[in-house]
Design a protein around this ligand. Structure first.
Ligand code: CP
Length: 349
């Protein structure tokens, strides 16, 4: 009888504790579910982001929406990447992108490994990118990588077992700058549609321009004005592959003064010395455009000025105090955009 009683008591207890466990798991699931409703439904775990087209417009909306929530309440996300590691592999100089990626991961509660000087790594001994990526995949949960070579991030993604984010590949693409720009545009203009957008400066080598034009052509009623010297005009392949087939309105001009009054958004860019083969060409073209107070007088009251930075001479410091100058806000939003992207790709949210 004692044994029978002990067995029954034990069964009742086990049943009770099992029920408790299930109940607590269900409760936890409900909490997680309600959190997911709050932060969005689309799962992006394990995905690579190589160019803006790596993400659908719904996914971009979800990431930017999450970034907006992080801007409002950063403390709510301070632990979501606890135990996760970001590797920043920078084969080309950077201030904003690398530091904002690193700050982003730390603000999510994760940690960071990486390098900003490839000459101090085994790349200098001849190790291939493929091998470097295979090795880093064993140490980290996500990679942010910058290279002077077009296509390097795509190549890395082929050898990586963890998500690879392109943090800029030569004159090709810079998708997290685009997320930064989109968060800024929505914060300041309310939407991604119906704008006349002027891109000014080095449109040939400017990867931020290539990525943002590609992203903004996916939203209705945007018009594009490309302002550059002929030698630095937007590549033909972008016009032929993106603008012509979709019948998107655009024009190309050489003088900023000829179109600044039409613009809702002016995206200034630096003439990039590091992309020129011939220094004489760089010297001739470097000061093609200088946005100053006089030119700002010709612009709309609600036009915003964006710049991916760094700037050299193309925006005079006197413009910085103009309420339409949004480039330092853009820098801050970039960190939140990267926080949102990291949280999504690591499956943390
Ligand atoms: N906007 C940008 O890519 O800046 P950095 O080169 O400093 O990262």
């Amino acid at each position: 009888f004692q044994i029978k009683f002990a067995r029954q008591t034990c069964n009742i207890y086990c049943n009770f504790s099992l029920r408790c466990e299930i109940a607590s798991k269900n409760f936890a699931r409900k909490l997680i579910f309600s959190h997911k409703v709050l932060i969005g439904e689309i799962m992006l775990t394990g995905r690579h982001v190589i160019e803006p087209g790596s993400l659908t417009i719904q996914e971009i909306d979800e990431i930017c929406g999450l970034a907006e929530q992080m801007i409002v309440d950063p403390a709510a996300f301070s632990d979501v990447c606890r135990g996760k590691i970001l590797a920043t592999l920078f084969f080309e100089p950077s201030t904003r992108t690398r530091l904002s990626f690193e700050a982003a991961m730390q603000r999510l509660g994760g940690s960071v490994i990486g390098f900003s000087d490839a000459s101090a790594t085994s790349t200098s001994k001849g190790e291939s990118l493929a091998d470097t990526i295979r090795v880093v995949s064993s140490y980290a949960d996500i990679i942010a990588m910058r290279s002077p070579k077009e296509g390097a991030a795509y190549l890395a993604s082929k050898y990586s077992s963890i998500p690879v984010i392109n943090a800029g590949d030569g004159g090709h693409h810079h998708p997290t700058q685009t997320l930064t720009d989109l968060v800024t545009i929505r914060a300041m203009k309310g939407s991604w549609s119906g704008h006349t957008v002027g891109f000014c400066g080095d449109l040939k080598f400017g990867r931020t321009v290539h990525s943002l034009t590609k992203a903004l052509t996916r939203y209705p009623n945007n018009k594009f004005i490309f302002i550059s010297p002929k030698e630095l005009s937007i590549p033909e392949y972008i016009i032929n592959q993106v603008f012509i087939p979709a019948g998107i309105e655009f024009k190309q001009v050489e003088r900023l003064e000829d179109c600044i009054e039409e613009l809702d958004i002016l995206y200034m860019t630096r003439v990039q010395k590091e992309r020129f083969f011939n220094e004489q060409d760089y010297i001739r073209l470097k000061d093609s455009y200088i946005l100053d107070k006089e030119k700002m007088k010709m612009a709309k009251e609600n036009m915003i000025v964006l710049h991916p930075l760094p700037r050299v001479n193309e925006i005079a410091p006197e413009v910085d105090d103009d309420p339409r100058a949004a480039y330092f806000k853009q820098v801050k939003y970039g960190m939140f955009a990267r926080m949102a992207l990291i949280a999504k790709l690591t499956g943390s949210l």
